[in-house]
Design a binder for this molecule. Structure first.
Ligand code: NAD
Ligand code: DAU
Length: 350
């Protein structure tokens, strides 16, 4: 039985990846390693926790000894690495936490894999899940290709870029078989409500102001999270060792346009007067160093590996809004306690 370590599987994207692998590959044993930060929530994977091919390991990738011991005990065949600090605004207030987890934590995993796999390297794979933000910001049209030079602009994207470089350096230097994918903005169920779409759903629900950074002109390319999980499955099984695959939805939205669509959908679903939620839009101080536009060219994964997004954005947004409206307890649980302190600090100056 193949033993696959998935890190960060209690988080947003990781939980969808764990679910897909546990249900689809009953001949694999899936180990979900997560330290359960504020963003990690075992509720996200409650439906699969009792499956015989699933084990949860509460551990910190920053603790090299602990990670080494787990590799010794379980002899993982492959790694799919998603654990990270993932929110740009938090990286602006606390960059060191991002360097620690995203860079050093990744190197700890690489070191354990290198040690355990040294006698038969070619039968293993270290899959590193990364972001399109490593390519920087697009100003004059065009798309991010796999060959676009790295130009990270925030502490978050700098830490992810550094981790990508280490993964490739371990391939080049120690011949660890690696593959990297860089994905655009994900949305969908179980996303922590610090990110744009779930934050605004929660605020609309509670008739709170919708804090639009700057003029709302920044552009993001949105992909439904389950389609990202499907892409990770395809890259893991069919991707070429040493290669990079960009993943995106060819689905660009200016923030303000997306927010207006979301307001409309929410008004409909909550039986509110059309236009009511839009009135909550409040322009606030821009994010420091705010990247203007991200846009992925996903042709390589589509042509070489046969992946494509399954959902149109409107459909995905509908499913997402319905999920949050039907899971108000989940929202209430994750927005109590420490989150309230974060929220007050993050949005207090405006
Ligand atoms: P998330 O913040 O929702 O989840 C991160 C998970 O990692 C949490 O469960 C957390 O507990 C865990 N974790 C954090 N530090 C850890 C540590 N030291 N040890 C063990 N576990 C730890 O993040 P997400 O949005 O699901 O992103 C997952 C990955 O995908 C990240 O690597 C991120 O950079 C990347 N990514 C995210 C997006 C997006 O739009 N969210 C897009 C492209 C790539
Ligand atoms: O592109 C992939 C990246 O997408 C991932 O690597 C990151 O982990 C993920 O967090 C996301 O980064 P963004 O910064 O693009 O996502 P966020 O949801 O924080 O913001 C989306 C846009 O909305 C961005 O232009 C900032 C803006 N925004 C965000 C928040 C939280 C606001 O206008 N107001 C807000 O309150």
């Amino acid at each position: 039985m193949k033993k696959i370590l998935i890190t960060g599987g209690a988080g947003f994207i990781g939980s969808h990846v764990v679910r897909l692998f546990v249900n689809k590959y009953t001949d694999y044993h899936i180990f979900n390693l997560d330290v359960l930060t504020y963003a990690g929530n075992l509720e996200n994977i409650k439906d699969i926790e009792k499956k015989p091919n699933y084990t949860f390991l509460k551990a910190d990738i920053n603790n090299a000894n602990e990670i080494d011991t787990l590799f010794d005990t379980h002899q993982f065949d492959d790694v799919i690495h998603l654990a990270a600090e993932s929110h740009v605004d938090r990286s602006i207030t606390d960059p060191l936490a991002f360097i620690q987890t995203n860079v050093l934590g990744t190197v700890n995993l690489l070191n354990s894999a290198k040690r355990i796999w040294k006698n038969n390297l070619s039968s293993h794979l270290f899959y590193h899940v990364s972001t399109d933000e490593v390519y920087g910001s697009l100003h004059d049209g065009g798309y991010f290709l796999e060959t676009t030079p790295y130009d990270p602009q925030s502490p978050y994207s700098a830490s992810k870029a550094a981790s990508d470089h280490f993964v490739r350096a371990y391939y080049n230097t120690y011949k660890i078989p690696v593959v990297v994918s860089n994905c655009s903005n994900n949305y969908g169920q179980n996303q922590f409500p610090e990110k744009l779409i779930p934050l605004f759903i929660n605020n609309i629900l509670n008739k709170k102001p919708l804090p639009v950074y700057g003029k709302g002109e920044n552009v993001r390319d949105w992909l439904y999270v389950v389609d990202h999980a499907r892409a990770i499955d395809v890259v893991f099984h069919k991707g070429k060792v040493g290669e990079t695959y960009n993943i995106g939805g060819f689905n660009e939205w200016k923030n303000l346009d997306l927010i207006k669509v979301l307001c409309k959908v929410m008004d409909q679903k909550l039986n509110r007067t059309q236009g009511e939620s839009e009135k909550l839009i409040t322009y606030v101080t821009d994010r420091a160093g705010h990247d203007l536009r991200y846009a992925i060219d996903a042709n390589k994964i589509m042509k070489e590996l046969g992946w494509e997004p399954s959902l149109q954005f409107e459909e995905g947004l509908n499913i997402t809004v319905d999920w949050y409206l039907n899971n108000k307890n989940w929202l209430e649980n994750v927005t109590s306690g420490a989150y309230l302190k974060y929220y007050d600090e993050q949005y207090s100056v405006n």
